[in-house]
Design a protein around this ligand. Structure first.
Ligand code: KG4
Ligand code: ZN
Length: 371
């Protein structure tokens, strides 16, 4: 094998059509350095905005319409030619089945046409392994994966071995951001809208519940928090006849701080478990990944926690937290160096939990938005 290879990554599991090219240097066992050559993301915000959420059939059609353009653009932006690609990595689960089919069928065609190997990638592994892409983090490391469809605390032991310490029992934090923003009339996606609005609010104005925080485990819950915001806004409307701009800002700031507090509480418990089980590790690492890791308050709270607990923290830049194809290409590279290919028998897995032994939870890749 050459000492570097080019990977084309393709992502279409939800509402972003994405393609990326990366150049990966390796030592025969694992990637040692990665150059991101291009990253193209075509979102479907306009397509779904009037429905208030992702419509799976519309998403699948839009992926198949945009995939060839998206890949072509990624190749042009990289300055390479299509024949320079050494391997194709595609998200084959978990996610919406129509979108997965679009990406996997497209990739199979390309792989056959170019005569290049194909690797099927777990989207959640893509988020979790972004830590290695940006910081060469070493196994095992602790990961908080917080996105629109998922919320899990995981120990990442290898590109294919994950131990779930806990996860959400109901909504994911991204879902809570999105539903709360919708409730307050702020639009979609809720995370960035709430973050912006919270800047003009008082984060201590409303005291919101922190479900499960009194329990000594790593499971989380967010649906009660969203309901508490609804109750507060209904109370304000019945008292004042309306909900003012200032009330909305205060609710956003208080909600955002409460999400960050819950994540800190539960990550602290996961750090304790990780430390107990990995006493010989000199440098303990915490990766925070997924769309909600783009949130500035969540980032700063977790940075503070990591510093206090003696963990090195790895949080990707915002554009590598939300869905992208760079993480899919990189995870494909991790598998490719280990000679783990998929080829034309690759199947789509709308449900594909990272920890195969753990009991099913809503956010573990078996149910939820992405299932
Ligand atoms: O990882 P991602 O792009 O897609 C999934 O795999 O689900 O995450 C999308 C989620 C959405 O719920 C979105 O509202 C949330 O990430 N998000 C944020 C921010 N940016 C995106 N949540 C809070 N603050 C942000 N800045
Ligand atoms: Zn994602």
């Amino acid at each position: 094998m050459k000492n570097s290879f080019i990977v084309l990554g393709i992502e279409s599991s939800c509402d972003d059509t994405a393609a990326a090219l990366i150049n990966v240097y390796h030592d025969g066992y694992e990637p040692v350095k990665t150059d991101i050559l291009s990253s193209v993301i075509i979102d479907q915000l306009k397509l779904h905005s009037s429905y208030g959420g992702v419509v799976p059939e519309l998403a699948a059609r839009a992926h198949s319409e945009k995939l060839d353009f998206c890949v072509e653009q990624a190749i042009v932006d990289s300055g390479l030619k299509i024949n320079d690609i050494d391997v194709i990595a595609v998200t084959s689960g978990p996610g919406l089945i129509g979108g997965l089919f679009s990406g996997v069928l497209f990739s199979k065609g390309l792989s056959l046409g170019l005569g290049k190997p194909l690797v099927g990638v777990n989207h959640l592994a893509g988020h979790a392994l972004t830590a290695r892409l940006i910081a060469n983090s070493f196994f095992p490391y602790l990961t908080l994966l917080v996105s629109g469809g998922h919320c899990q605390l995981l120990v990442v032991e290898s590109p294919t071995t994950f131990i779930r310490l806990g996860g959400t029992l109901d909504d994911s934090p991204g879902e809570a951001f999105d539903k709360t923003a919708k409730l307050l009339g702020l639009g979609y996606p809720g995370g960035p809208k709430i973050q912006e609005r919270a800047k003009t609010g008082d984060q201590n104005f409303f005291e919101l519940p922190k479900p499960l925080c009194n329990q000594d485990n790593c499971n989380l819950s967010f649906s009660g928090l969203k309901t508490a915001v609804r109750r507060e806004s209904e109370r304000l409307i019945s008292k004042q006849g309306l909900i003012s701009d200032k009330d909305i800002s205060n609710l956003c700031a208080s909600f955002q701080k409460t999400v960050a507090d819950i994540l800190v509480e539960k990550t602290k418990k996961a750090m304790d478990l990780f430390s107990q089980n990995n006493k010989s590790i000199q440098v303990k690492q915490l990766a925070v990944v997924g769309g909600v890791a783009a949130n500035e308050v969540v980032r700063s709270h977790l940075k503070f926690l990591a510093k206090n607990e003696g963990f090195q923290i790895i949080i990707p830049p915002a554009e590598l937290c939300t869905d992208n194809a760079v993480m899919i290409a990189y995870t494909g590279a991790e598998l490719f160096v280990k000679k783990s290919f998929s080829d034309s028998d690759l199947i789509c897995r709308p449900r594909w939990p990272l920890d195969k032994k753990a009991m099913a939870l809503l956010g573990s890749g078996k149910k939820g938005v992405k299932g």
